[in-house]
Ligand binder design. Sequence first.
Ligand SMILES: [Fe+2]
Length: 138
Amino acid sequence: MAYITWKSTFEIGFSEIDEQHKIYINLLNELHEAQSKGTSQHVIKEALANFLDYTHYHFDTEEKLFKQYDYPLAEEHLEEHSYFIDKVKKFQLNSQKNDLLLSLKTIDFLKDWTINHILGTDQQFSDFIRLRELGEIN
Ligand SMILES: [Fe+2]
C-alpha cells in the first residue's frame, strides 16, 4: 500500500494545482519507498533531488498565480514555501555530508507539512480565486 493515498479531500478545486499535487504526492511515495526498502544511498539521494526539483517547479507555479490574481496573502504563503525549501535543502545537505540515510521521521515531516499545507494554505488560495471569480471579492 502506498505511503500516501490520494484522497478527494486533498483537491483544492484548482485543476492545475491539483494535478501538480498528485505528482508531488507520488514523488513523496517514491521517496518513502526508496527509504523503506533500504535502497542504496544513491537511489534515495536521487529521489530527494527529484522531490526538491519538483518543489521548486510547483511553488513557482503557485507563486505566478499569486501575482496573476494579485493575491493579498501571497507574502505569508511565500514564507511557508521558503521555510519548506530550506528544510528540504538542509535534509539534503545533511544526508550528503554525513552519508546518512534519510530517516522515516524526516519523510514523515515532509508528508505532514505537505498535507497540512495543501489542506490549509493552498485551499485558502483556491477559495480566494473562487470568490473572486464569483465576483464576491474585488
Ligand atoms: Fe503552496
